[in-house]
Ligand binder design. Sequence first.
Ligand code: NI
Length: 378
Amino acid sequence: MEVAEVLPDAIAWRRHLHAHPELSFQEHQTAAFVRDRLDELDGLALSSPTPTSVVATLSGGRPGPTLAMRADLDALPIQEESGVEFASQVGGVMHACGHDGHTAMLLATARLLGARRQELPGEVRFVFQHAEELPPGGAIEIVRSGALDGVDAVVGCHLMSDMAVGTVAALDDACTAAADVFSIRILGRGGHAAFPQLAVDPIAAAAQSVSSLQHVVAREAPPLESVVVSVTRISGGTADNIIPESVELGGTVRTYSEELRQQTREAMERVVAGVTTAHRAAYEFEYVEGYSSVVNDPSLTALVRDVAGARLVDRPPLMAGEDFSAYLSVAPACFFFVGAGGDGAFPHHHPRFTVDEDALSVGIETLTTTALRFLGVQ
Ligand code: NI
């Protein structure tokens, strides 16, 4: 069976999913649709690790390694404005990241590999994962369920509207960022604005803290490594003649290396502690780790790059987060990118985001061939 034979169905599935998007952790109809499509295939053992996820296991005719392949099912809280004929029929919910395409591509891959079941060694687990878009994410639940126990490698991909159709990128090392958030409360002592000596001004301490936090990036991180510290919230005070009791700051930190992530977290708290102490204030520092960075396994990535062949392009890593990183605790993994747009395409998470459907055959072929090569068939 060739890619061209499954492509019309893959496009139809993708359009159906696009018209019927569901939010993270609510993918009931999506999971049911996936189950129905998988039920049409012979030789798959289905399970539901969580209420809205599906894992299909394809056991080959002889012993061999086990490969997991992952697609994500969820949509976003966005009102679609793409104008496509199969646009979302659900108000305020849209597949604006291409996960409908990921699901369709993995279903098609399951059909292609299923047709060759007898000649396959080992096992392939097709993981249709819920809730990629909403931390703590669905991937960690799949891992904790044990559905990936015994897996030797994990592969996943993302359609990218900033890459031309027909291209594939598989980055060595980190390809998405760790995305963390922080909240800082600076505790002063309120009072009359005309008598600052009787108060402890948290606004002055907050202003210094915001400035000094940028020194963590400029003066403590290695210049050739990437780190972003963005203070995106600041609130405090009620009147022009009152020094408030406290000020609240918040924002996000993005890194690629785990070492720099921990170093940045520690440096931020040290800076806030030092600045607030210097101003006679106190502080509360809360740091919540989001998705970790996806760091690709070198040999698995080399395989994907080899499969991509002439389609292979280079691209910078994403500063966005991806919960695929949870699978790194299971086995060596590779997360690759499939071009689905190009010049003038709207970015992911935009109301007019679209996927060029010519990308689907590229994704299906890359996934299928990677699986065959990993299992040692080709
Ligand atoms: Ni996405």
